[in-house]
Design a protein. Structure first.
Length: 111
C-alpha cells in the first residue's frame, strides 16, 4: 500500500488530532467526549460513540501508530486527518477543531 500525503504545519492541531485519534481507538471514550464542543456532546451520546468505534476497530491488532497526518484550515475550523496504522489495518480519524480547539466534528473510517 502506498500513502502519499503532505506534512502537517500546525503542530498544535496535529498533536490534538493524534491524542484524540489514539484515545478513540484505545477506548478512552470519556477523554474523547471531554474534548467535544456542546453540539458534538449533544449529538453523539457515549453509547453511540462506543458502538461505532468498536464496530470499526474491534478486530484490529494494536498498537496503532500514526502513519501520516494532514491539517487543513478553513475559516475558524481546522481539520486534522490522522491515519493510524495497526498491525492488520489502516484507519482514518478525521477531527474538526473549532477556534477553541474543541472537537466540532469526528469521523472514523476503515481504509
Amino acid at each position: 500500500m502506498l500513502l502519499l500525503v503532505g506534512t502537517s504545519t500546525d503542530t498544535q492541531a496535529a498533536a490534538a488530532g493524534t491524542k484524540l485519534a489514539q484515545d478513540l481507538v484505545t477506548a478512552q471514550f470519556g477523554k474523547v467526549r471531554r474534548a467535544f464542543d456542546g453540539w458534538m456532546r449533544a449529538g453523539l451520546p457515549s453509547a453511540r460513540l462506543r458502538a461505532i468505534t468498536v464496530t470499526v476497530t474491534s478486530h484490529l491488532r494494536t498498537p496503532a501508530e500514526v502513519a501520516a497526518q494532514i491539517t487543513v484550515h478553513h475559516g475558524l475550523f481546522t481539520v486534522v486527518e490522522t491515519y493510524l496504522l495497526f498491525r492488520n489495518g489502516l484507519r482514518r480519524v478525521e477531527v474538526t477543531l473549532d477556534e477553541h480547539r474543541k472537537v466540532a466534528g469526528l469521523y472514523l473510517r476503515a481504509i
